[in-house]
Design a protein around this ligand. Structure first.
Ligand SMILES: [Zn+2]
Length: 481
Protein backbone atom coordinates (compact mmCIF):
# COMPACT_ATOMS: atom_id res chain seq x y z
CA UNK A 1 0.00 0.00 0.00
CA UNK A 2 1.31 3.47 -0.85
CA UNK A 3 2.13 5.67 2.15
CA UNK A 4 -0.38 8.31 1.03
CA UNK A 5 -3.18 5.76 0.88
CA UNK A 6 -2.14 4.19 4.16
CA UNK A 7 -2.38 7.62 5.82
CA UNK A 8 -5.85 8.16 4.37
CA UNK A 9 -7.03 4.75 5.58
CA UNK A 10 -5.76 5.45 9.11
CA UNK A 11 -7.42 8.87 9.11
CA UNK A 12 -10.66 7.32 7.89
CA UNK A 13 -10.50 4.65 10.59
CA UNK A 14 -10.03 7.26 13.30
CA UNK A 15 -12.94 9.32 11.97
CA UNK A 16 -15.05 6.18 11.69
CA UNK A 17 -14.99 5.52 15.42
CA UNK A 18 -17.49 8.32 15.91
CA UNK A 19 -19.28 8.44 12.58
CA UNK A 20 -21.46 5.86 10.85
CA UNK A 21 -19.55 3.86 8.31
CA UNK A 22 -20.55 1.70 5.42
CA UNK A 23 -19.92 -2.03 5.63
CA UNK A 24 -16.89 -3.29 3.67
CA UNK A 25 -17.35 -3.81 -0.05
CA UNK A 26 -18.72 -7.21 -0.94
CA UNK A 27 -20.96 -7.58 2.14
CA UNK A 28 -23.91 -6.15 0.20
CA UNK A 29 -24.94 -4.10 3.24
CA UNK A 30 -26.45 -0.76 2.25
CA UNK A 31 -26.80 0.92 5.65
CA UNK A 32 -24.34 2.44 8.09
CA UNK A 33 -23.52 1.69 11.72
CA UNK A 34 -20.86 3.25 13.93
CA UNK A 35 -17.61 1.62 12.77
CA UNK A 36 -16.93 0.00 16.15
CA UNK A 37 -20.36 -1.68 16.20
CA UNK A 38 -20.04 -2.74 12.58
CA UNK A 39 -16.62 -4.28 13.17
CA UNK A 40 -17.77 -5.94 16.37
CA UNK A 41 -20.47 -7.75 14.38
CA UNK A 42 -18.40 -8.61 11.32
CA UNK A 43 -15.57 -10.06 13.35
CA UNK A 44 -17.82 -13.06 14.13
CA UNK A 45 -17.44 -14.40 10.60
CA UNK A 46 -15.14 -17.32 11.63
CA UNK A 47 -17.57 -18.46 14.36
CA UNK A 48 -20.54 -18.01 12.01
CA UNK A 49 -18.83 -20.17 9.37
CA UNK A 50 -17.99 -22.79 11.97
CA UNK A 51 -21.58 -22.91 13.29
CA UNK A 52 -23.10 -23.23 9.81
CA UNK A 53 -20.63 -25.91 8.80
CA UNK A 54 -21.37 -27.90 11.95
CA UNK A 55 -25.17 -27.54 11.56
CA UNK A 56 -24.98 -28.91 8.02
CA UNK A 57 -22.23 -31.49 8.67
CA UNK A 58 -22.53 -35.25 9.12
CA UNK A 59 -22.50 -35.22 12.91
CA UNK A 60 -25.58 -33.01 13.28
CA UNK A 61 -27.36 -33.72 9.99
CA UNK A 62 -31.17 -33.96 10.37
CA UNK A 63 -30.92 -33.72 14.18
CA UNK A 64 -33.84 -31.25 14.39
CA UNK A 65 -35.94 -33.29 11.96
CA UNK A 66 -35.31 -36.56 13.81
CA UNK A 67 -36.15 -35.00 17.17
CA UNK A 68 -39.30 -33.42 15.75
CA UNK A 69 -40.40 -36.67 14.14
CA UNK A 70 -40.24 -38.49 17.49
CA UNK A 71 -42.08 -35.61 19.22
CA UNK A 72 -44.82 -35.31 16.61
CA UNK A 73 -45.48 -39.05 16.43
CA UNK A 74 -45.59 -39.29 20.26
CA UNK A 75 -47.99 -36.40 20.92
CA UNK A 76 -49.68 -35.46 17.64
CA UNK A 77 -51.84 -32.34 17.84
CA UNK A 78 -51.30 -30.27 21.01
CA UNK A 79 -54.32 -27.98 21.37
CA UNK A 80 -54.63 -25.55 24.26
CA UNK A 81 -56.07 -27.25 27.35
CA UNK A 82 -55.28 -30.80 26.16
CA UNK A 83 -53.43 -33.61 27.96
CA UNK A 84 -51.27 -33.98 24.84
CA UNK A 85 -49.99 -30.40 25.16
CA UNK A 86 -49.09 -30.88 28.82
CA UNK A 87 -47.34 -34.19 28.04
CA UNK A 88 -45.41 -32.49 25.22
CA UNK A 89 -44.28 -29.71 27.60
CA UNK A 90 -43.15 -32.33 30.15
CA UNK A 91 -41.25 -34.17 27.41
CA UNK A 92 -39.32 -31.07 26.30
CA UNK A 93 -38.64 -30.13 29.93
CA UNK A 94 -37.14 -33.55 30.65
CA UNK A 95 -35.12 -33.48 27.44
CA UNK A 96 -33.63 -30.07 28.29
CA UNK A 97 -32.84 -31.13 31.86
CA UNK A 98 -31.17 -34.25 30.50
CA UNK A 99 -29.06 -32.11 28.17
CA UNK A 100 -27.86 -30.04 31.13
CA UNK A 101 -29.84 -26.83 30.61
CA UNK A 102 -31.38 -24.74 33.39
CA UNK A 103 -35.14 -25.20 33.08
CA UNK A 104 -38.27 -23.84 34.72
CA UNK A 105 -41.96 -23.48 33.89
CA UNK A 106 -44.38 -20.61 34.53
CA UNK A 107 -48.06 -21.40 35.04
CA UNK A 108 -50.60 -20.02 32.56
CA UNK A 109 -54.37 -20.56 32.49
CA UNK A 110 -55.46 -21.50 28.96
CA UNK A 111 -58.83 -22.06 27.26
CA UNK A 112 -60.12 -25.51 26.53
CA UNK A 113 -62.33 -25.54 23.49
CA UNK A 114 -63.37 -28.92 22.09
CA UNK A 115 -64.47 -29.26 18.47
CA UNK A 116 -66.71 -32.33 18.63
CA UNK A 117 -68.60 -33.67 15.64
CA UNK A 118 -69.10 -31.41 12.60
CA UNK A 119 -71.04 -31.86 9.37
CA UNK A 120 -72.27 -29.59 6.60
CA UNK A 121 -74.70 -30.66 3.88
CA UNK A 122 -75.84 -28.63 0.92
CA UNK A 123 -79.51 -29.68 0.51
CA UNK A 124 -80.34 -27.62 -2.57
CA UNK A 125 -79.88 -26.91 -5.45
CA UNK A 126 -78.24 -30.36 -5.15
CA UNK A 127 -77.20 -32.59 -2.30
CA UNK A 128 -73.56 -32.52 -1.36
CA UNK A 129 -71.67 -33.26 1.84
CA UNK A 130 -69.04 -30.57 2.50
CA UNK A 131 -65.89 -30.67 4.60
CA UNK A 132 -65.73 -28.08 7.43
CA UNK A 133 -63.66 -27.08 10.46
CA UNK A 134 -65.31 -25.08 13.22
CA UNK A 135 -63.27 -22.00 14.11
CA UNK A 136 -61.63 -21.90 17.54
CA UNK A 137 -64.04 -20.70 20.31
CA UNK A 138 -67.12 -21.20 18.12
CA UNK A 139 -70.35 -22.43 19.68
CA UNK A 140 -72.11 -25.43 18.16
CA UNK A 141 -75.65 -25.90 16.86
CA UNK A 142 -76.93 -27.71 19.98
CA UNK A 143 -79.59 -25.04 20.60
CA UNK A 144 -81.50 -25.98 17.42
CA UNK A 145 -84.07 -28.85 17.26
CA UNK A 146 -82.14 -32.10 16.87
CA UNK A 147 -78.91 -30.10 17.18
CA UNK A 148 -79.16 -29.16 13.51
CA UNK A 149 -79.38 -25.72 11.89
CA UNK A 150 -81.13 -25.54 8.51
CA UNK A 151 -80.97 -22.21 6.68
CA UNK A 152 -80.51 -20.47 3.37
CA UNK A 153 -77.06 -19.15 2.35
CA UNK A 154 -76.16 -15.59 1.40
CA UNK A 155 -72.77 -15.24 -0.29
CA UNK A 156 -70.65 -12.13 0.36
CA UNK A 157 -67.21 -11.34 -1.02
CA UNK A 158 -66.53 -8.68 1.62
CA UNK A 159 -67.79 -7.13 4.85
CA UNK A 160 -68.81 -4.06 2.81
CA UNK A 161 -71.03 -6.19 0.59
CA UNK A 162 -72.64 -7.82 3.64
CA UNK A 163 -73.27 -4.49 5.28
CA UNK A 164 -74.82 -3.13 2.08
CA UNK A 165 -77.25 -6.08 2.02
CA UNK A 166 -78.13 -5.18 5.59
CA UNK A 167 -80.36 -6.86 8.14
CA UNK A 168 -83.23 -7.36 5.68
CA UNK A 169 -81.19 -9.78 3.55
CA UNK A 170 -78.88 -11.24 6.22
CA UNK A 171 -81.16 -11.98 9.19
CA UNK A 172 -81.93 -15.68 9.58
CA UNK A 173 -79.34 -16.67 6.93
CA UNK A 174 -75.99 -18.44 6.93
CA UNK A 175 -73.45 -15.95 5.55
CA UNK A 176 -70.82 -17.57 3.31
CA UNK A 177 -67.71 -15.39 3.05
CA UNK A 178 -66.00 -15.92 -0.27
CA UNK A 179 -63.30 -13.22 0.01
CA UNK A 180 -60.16 -13.44 -2.12
CA UNK A 181 -57.57 -14.04 0.67
CA UNK A 182 -56.06 -10.60 0.25
CA UNK A 183 -54.42 -9.23 -2.85
CA UNK A 184 -53.10 -12.02 -5.09
CA UNK A 185 -50.06 -9.91 -6.04
CA UNK A 186 -48.90 -9.86 -2.38
CA UNK A 187 -46.71 -12.47 -0.66
CA UNK A 188 -48.73 -15.22 1.09
CA UNK A 189 -47.91 -13.89 4.55
CA UNK A 190 -49.16 -10.41 3.61
CA UNK A 191 -52.32 -11.91 2.10
CA UNK A 192 -52.92 -13.84 5.32
CA UNK A 193 -52.41 -10.83 7.55
CA UNK A 194 -54.46 -8.45 5.42
CA UNK A 195 -57.49 -10.74 5.13
CA UNK A 196 -57.39 -12.53 8.47
CA UNK A 197 -60.38 -10.57 9.80
CA UNK A 198 -62.63 -12.71 7.56
CA UNK A 199 -61.74 -15.60 9.82
CA UNK A 200 -61.44 -13.79 13.16
CA UNK A 201 -64.34 -11.30 12.91
CA UNK A 202 -66.94 -12.70 10.47
CA UNK A 203 -69.18 -14.25 13.10
CA UNK A 204 -69.20 -11.09 15.24
CA UNK A 205 -69.98 -8.82 12.29
CA UNK A 206 -72.60 -11.09 10.70
CA UNK A 207 -74.32 -11.65 14.06
CA UNK A 208 -74.91 -7.88 14.31
CA UNK A 209 -77.11 -8.19 11.19
CA UNK A 210 -78.99 -11.22 12.53
CA UNK A 211 -77.13 -13.99 10.66
CA UNK A 212 -77.53 -17.45 12.23
CA UNK A 213 -74.08 -18.80 11.26
CA UNK A 214 -71.02 -17.97 9.13
CA UNK A 215 -68.99 -20.18 6.82
CA UNK A 216 -65.65 -18.67 5.88
CA UNK A 217 -63.53 -19.58 2.87
CA UNK A 218 -60.31 -21.11 4.20
CA UNK A 219 -57.24 -18.87 4.62
CA UNK A 220 -55.00 -20.22 1.88
CA UNK A 221 -53.65 -19.39 -1.57
CA UNK A 222 -53.86 -23.00 -2.76
CA UNK A 223 -56.30 -25.77 -1.98
CA UNK A 224 -56.72 -29.48 -2.55
CA UNK A 225 -60.10 -29.50 -0.78
CA UNK A 226 -58.64 -28.85 2.68
CA UNK A 227 -60.44 -26.70 5.27
CA UNK A 228 -58.18 -24.54 7.51
CA UNK A 229 -58.86 -24.04 11.22
CA UNK A 230 -57.98 -20.97 13.29
CA UNK A 231 -59.16 -18.66 16.03
CA UNK A 232 -62.19 -16.36 15.85
CA UNK A 233 -63.39 -13.78 18.36
CA UNK A 234 -67.01 -12.90 19.25
CA UNK A 235 -66.18 -9.83 21.31
CA UNK A 236 -69.48 -8.59 22.75
CA UNK A 237 -71.61 -9.79 19.83
CA UNK A 238 -74.27 -12.50 19.90
CA UNK A 239 -72.55 -15.87 19.51
CA UNK A 240 -73.35 -17.78 16.31
CA UNK A 241 -71.65 -20.90 14.88
CA UNK A 242 -68.58 -20.15 12.73
CA UNK A 243 -66.70 -22.64 10.54
CA UNK A 244 -64.19 -22.70 7.72
CA UNK A 245 -65.11 -24.35 4.42
CA UNK A 246 -62.80 -25.29 1.56
CA UNK A 247 -61.96 -22.83 -1.20
CA UNK A 248 -63.64 -25.25 -3.62
CA UNK A 249 -66.95 -25.33 -1.72
CA UNK A 250 -66.92 -21.54 -1.22
CA UNK A 251 -66.56 -21.18 -4.99
CA UNK A 252 -69.24 -23.79 -5.69
CA UNK A 253 -71.80 -22.17 -3.36
CA UNK A 254 -70.93 -18.76 -4.87
CA UNK A 255 -71.53 -20.07 -8.42
CA UNK A 256 -75.01 -21.36 -7.53
CA UNK A 257 -75.81 -18.12 -5.72
CA UNK A 258 -74.63 -15.97 -8.66
CA UNK A 259 -77.05 -17.86 -10.92
CA UNK A 260 -79.90 -16.94 -8.60
CA UNK A 261 -80.40 -20.42 -7.18
CA UNK A 262 -81.49 -20.83 -3.59
CA UNK A 263 -78.73 -22.56 -1.64
CA UNK A 264 -80.02 -24.37 1.41
CA UNK A 265 -77.58 -25.71 3.99
CA UNK A 266 -77.78 -28.09 6.94
CA UNK A 267 -75.15 -27.45 9.62
CA UNK A 268 -74.40 -29.63 12.62
CA UNK A 269 -71.65 -28.68 15.08
CA UNK A 270 -71.21 -29.92 18.63
CA UNK A 271 -68.35 -27.64 19.77
CA UNK A 272 -68.14 -26.89 23.50
CA UNK A 273 -66.02 -24.66 25.71
CA UNK A 274 -64.86 -26.32 28.95
CA UNK A 275 -63.41 -24.54 32.00
CA UNK A 276 -59.93 -22.97 31.64
CA UNK A 277 -57.05 -25.27 32.50
CA UNK A 278 -53.54 -24.84 33.93
CA UNK A 279 -50.77 -25.00 31.36
CA UNK A 280 -47.18 -23.71 31.38
CA UNK A 281 -44.67 -21.65 29.45
CA UNK A 282 -41.46 -23.66 29.33
CA UNK A 283 -38.25 -21.65 29.83
CA UNK A 284 -34.84 -23.16 29.05
CA UNK A 285 -31.70 -21.12 29.74
CA UNK A 286 -28.22 -21.48 28.27
CA UNK A 287 -25.70 -18.99 29.61
CA UNK A 288 -23.20 -17.93 32.23
CA UNK A 289 -24.35 -17.57 35.84
CA UNK A 290 -23.03 -13.98 35.92
CA UNK A 291 -24.74 -12.75 32.77
CA UNK A 292 -27.55 -10.27 33.31
CA UNK A 293 -28.73 -9.72 29.74
CA UNK A 294 -30.87 -12.09 27.69
CA UNK A 295 -31.73 -13.03 24.12
CA UNK A 296 -35.05 -14.86 23.78
CA UNK A 297 -35.48 -17.53 21.11
CA UNK A 298 -39.22 -17.73 20.77
CA UNK A 299 -41.56 -20.51 19.56
CA UNK A 300 -44.98 -21.76 20.63
CA UNK A 301 -45.39 -25.39 21.60
CA UNK A 302 -49.18 -25.67 21.29
CA UNK A 303 -50.93 -26.31 17.97
CA UNK A 304 -54.45 -26.56 16.56
CA UNK A 305 -56.35 -29.77 17.14
CA UNK A 306 -56.15 -30.79 13.46
CA UNK A 307 -53.03 -32.15 11.80
CA UNK A 308 -50.06 -32.75 14.07
CA UNK A 309 -48.54 -29.31 14.51
CA UNK A 310 -45.36 -30.35 12.69
CA UNK A 311 -44.86 -27.06 10.84
CA UNK A 312 -46.98 -24.90 13.16
CA UNK A 313 -44.99 -24.96 15.28
CA UNK A 314 -43.21 -28.18 16.26
CA UNK A 315 -40.45 -27.21 13.83
CA UNK A 316 -39.90 -23.93 15.69
CA UNK A 317 -39.56 -25.88 18.94
CA UNK A 318 -36.96 -28.26 17.51
CA UNK A 319 -35.03 -25.86 15.26
CA UNK A 320 -34.54 -23.46 18.18
CA UNK A 321 -33.62 -26.31 20.52
CA UNK A 322 -31.10 -27.83 18.12
CA UNK A 323 -29.60 -24.37 17.46
CA UNK A 324 -28.80 -23.91 21.15
CA UNK A 325 -27.76 -27.52 21.67
CA UNK A 326 -25.34 -27.13 18.76
CA UNK A 327 -23.75 -24.02 20.33
CA UNK A 328 -23.37 -25.95 23.57
CA UNK A 329 -21.74 -28.90 21.81
CA UNK A 330 -19.37 -26.56 19.97
CA UNK A 331 -18.36 -25.02 23.31
CA UNK A 332 -19.68 -21.62 22.24
CA UNK A 333 -21.04 -19.99 25.39
CA UNK A 334 -22.15 -16.41 24.67
CA UNK A 335 -21.85 -13.51 27.12
CA UNK A 336 -25.60 -13.08 27.32
CA UNK A 337 -27.97 -15.89 28.31
CA UNK A 338 -29.94 -17.47 25.47
CA UNK A 339 -33.45 -18.16 26.73
CA UNK A 340 -35.49 -20.70 24.79
CA UNK A 341 -39.09 -19.70 25.46
CA UNK A 342 -41.77 -22.22 24.54
CA UNK A 343 -45.13 -20.51 24.78
CA UNK A 344 -48.44 -22.17 25.57
CA UNK A 345 -51.86 -21.07 24.28
CA UNK A 346 -50.52 -19.25 21.20
CA UNK A 347 -53.29 -20.35 18.87
CA UNK A 348 -55.92 -18.91 21.20
CA UNK A 349 -54.37 -15.44 21.05
CA UNK A 350 -50.72 -15.52 22.28
CA UNK A 351 -51.90 -16.24 25.83
CA UNK A 352 -48.60 -17.57 27.22
CA UNK A 353 -46.47 -14.93 25.51
CA UNK A 354 -48.67 -12.04 26.62
CA UNK A 355 -48.61 -13.26 30.21
CA UNK A 356 -44.81 -13.57 30.15
CA UNK A 357 -44.44 -9.99 28.94
CA UNK A 358 -46.83 -8.76 31.67
CA UNK A 359 -45.06 -10.71 34.41
CA UNK A 360 -41.55 -9.77 33.24
CA UNK A 361 -42.23 -6.11 32.51
CA UNK A 362 -39.14 -5.18 34.56
CA UNK A 363 -36.90 -7.38 32.37
CA UNK A 364 -37.54 -5.60 29.08
CA UNK A 365 -34.38 -3.45 29.42
CA UNK A 366 -32.25 -6.56 29.97
CA UNK A 367 -33.46 -8.04 26.69
CA UNK A 368 -31.02 -7.68 23.81
CA UNK A 369 -33.48 -9.09 21.29
CA UNK A 370 -36.31 -11.57 20.73
CA UNK A 371 -35.87 -13.90 17.75
CA UNK A 372 -39.00 -15.78 16.76
CA UNK A 373 -39.52 -18.93 14.74
CA UNK A 374 -43.14 -19.38 13.59
CA UNK A 375 -43.28 -19.30 9.75
CA UNK A 376 -42.61 -22.97 8.99
CA UNK A 377 -39.34 -24.78 8.30
CA UNK A 378 -38.98 -24.02 4.63
CA UNK A 379 -35.78 -22.84 2.92
CA UNK A 380 -34.49 -20.00 5.11
CA UNK A 381 -34.01 -16.58 3.51
CA UNK A 382 -32.59 -14.67 6.48
CA UNK A 383 -34.20 -12.63 9.24
CA UNK A 384 -37.09 -10.19 9.29
CA UNK A 385 -36.72 -7.32 11.72
CA UNK A 386 -39.16 -5.32 13.76
CA UNK A 387 -37.34 -2.46 15.41
CA UNK A 388 -35.56 0.82 14.80
CA UNK A 389 -33.53 1.61 11.69
CA UNK A 390 -30.45 0.92 13.80
CA UNK A 391 -31.77 -2.52 14.76
CA UNK A 392 -32.51 -3.32 11.11
CA UNK A 393 -29.00 -2.23 10.10
CA UNK A 394 -27.51 -4.30 12.91
CA UNK A 395 -29.33 -7.38 11.59
CA UNK A 396 -28.39 -6.56 7.99
CA UNK A 397 -24.72 -6.76 8.98
CA UNK A 398 -25.39 -10.02 10.79
CA UNK A 399 -27.21 -11.67 7.88
CA UNK A 400 -24.48 -10.52 5.47
CA UNK A 401 -22.40 -13.30 7.05
CA UNK A 402 -25.00 -16.06 6.53
CA UNK A 403 -24.15 -16.77 2.89
CA UNK A 404 -23.16 -20.37 3.67
CA UNK A 405 -26.76 -21.02 4.76
CA UNK A 406 -28.11 -18.95 1.86
CA UNK A 407 -29.90 -16.76 4.38
CA UNK A 408 -28.63 -13.24 3.74
CA UNK A 409 -31.89 -11.34 3.30
CA UNK A 410 -33.23 -8.86 5.86
CA UNK A 411 -36.91 -8.11 5.42
CA UNK A 412 -38.91 -5.59 7.39
CA UNK A 413 -42.03 -5.66 9.54
CA UNK A 414 -42.51 -9.36 10.17
CA UNK A 415 -45.96 -10.61 11.10
CA UNK A 416 -44.85 -11.51 14.57
CA UNK A 417 -46.63 -13.81 16.98
CA UNK A 418 -45.51 -13.48 20.63
CA UNK A 419 -42.52 -11.31 19.65
CA UNK A 420 -44.99 -8.56 18.76
CA UNK A 421 -45.73 -8.03 22.46
CA UNK A 422 -42.03 -7.55 23.19
CA UNK A 423 -41.52 -5.21 20.27
CA UNK A 424 -44.49 -3.11 21.47
CA UNK A 425 -42.40 -2.51 24.62
CA UNK A 426 -39.39 -1.36 22.61
CA UNK A 427 -37.46 -4.65 22.53
CA UNK A 428 -35.85 -5.23 19.11
CA UNK A 429 -37.46 -8.28 17.52
CA UNK A 430 -36.58 -10.49 14.59
CA UNK A 431 -38.04 -13.60 13.02
CA UNK A 432 -36.58 -16.41 10.98
CA UNK A 433 -37.65 -15.62 7.42
CA UNK A 434 -38.31 -18.56 5.11
CA UNK A 435 -39.64 -19.17 1.63
CA UNK A 436 -43.34 -18.80 2.48
CA UNK A 437 -44.69 -19.95 -0.85
CA UNK A 438 -46.09 -23.23 0.51
CA UNK A 439 -46.74 -22.35 4.17
CA UNK A 440 -50.46 -21.61 3.79
CA UNK A 441 -51.06 -24.83 1.89
CA UNK A 442 -50.64 -26.68 5.20
CA UNK A 443 -51.29 -24.03 7.86
CA UNK A 444 -53.94 -25.15 10.45
CA UNK A 445 -54.99 -28.24 8.43
CA UNK A 446 -54.99 -32.01 8.74
CA UNK A 447 -52.04 -31.89 6.32
CA UNK A 448 -49.73 -30.26 8.90
CA UNK A 449 -47.73 -33.47 9.41
CA UNK A 450 -44.10 -34.58 9.02
CA UNK A 451 -44.79 -35.22 5.33
CA UNK A 452 -44.88 -31.44 4.76
CA UNK A 453 -41.25 -31.09 5.88
CA UNK A 454 -37.85 -31.45 4.23
CA UNK A 455 -35.05 -32.43 6.66
CA UNK A 456 -32.38 -30.42 4.83
CA UNK A 457 -34.42 -27.23 5.13
CA UNK A 458 -34.59 -27.80 8.89
CA UNK A 459 -30.77 -28.05 8.97
CA UNK A 460 -30.49 -24.75 7.09
CA UNK A 461 -32.95 -23.16 9.55
CA UNK A 462 -30.87 -24.50 12.49
CA UNK A 463 -27.71 -23.06 10.91
CA UNK A 464 -29.38 -19.66 10.44
CA UNK A 465 -30.85 -19.54 13.94
CA UNK A 466 -27.72 -20.82 15.71
CA UNK A 467 -25.38 -18.39 13.98
CA UNK A 468 -27.76 -15.46 14.45
CA UNK A 469 -28.51 -16.03 18.10
CA UNK A 470 -24.84 -16.60 18.90
CA UNK A 471 -23.76 -13.27 17.42
CA UNK A 472 -26.66 -11.36 18.99
CA UNK A 473 -26.00 -12.96 22.40
CA UNK A 474 -22.23 -12.52 22.37
CA UNK A 475 -21.53 -9.24 20.53
CA UNK A 476 -20.18 -6.42 22.70
CA UNK A 477 -22.84 -3.89 21.69
CA UNK A 478 -26.53 -3.65 22.47
CA UNK A 479 -28.86 -3.92 19.47
CA UNK A 480 -29.99 -0.29 18.90
CA UNK A 481 -33.53 0.46 20.14
ZN1 LIG B 1 -47.74 -20.74 14.78
Amino acid sequence: MEVRWARLVVAAAVAAVARPSPAPLGTGVDCELPARVRDNILRYRPQVDRIIEAALGDRHRHAAYNGLEDFVERFGARPSGSDELEAAIDFMKKKAEGDGFKVHTEEVMVPRWVRGEETLMMLSPRQKSMSILGLGTTIGTQQYPGGVLRAEAVVCDSFEEMEKLGEAKIAGKIVVFNDDFGDASDAPLTRYRSSNAYRTRSAARAACLGAVAVLVRSRTDYSLYTPHAGIQYYGNSTQIPAAAITVEDAHSIARHYARGRTVELLLKMSATTLPMRKSRNLIIDYGRPESTELVILSAHIDSWDVGEGALDNGDGVFINYQAVKLLKELGLMPHRTIRLAYWTGEEHGHIGGKQYVRQHEGDMDRLQMVIENDFGPFRPMGLRVNGSEGAACFVRHLTSMLGAANATSTGGSPALSEARHFSQRGVPAAALDVDQSRYYWYHHTEADTMDALDPHNLDLCVATMAASVYVVADVADRVPR
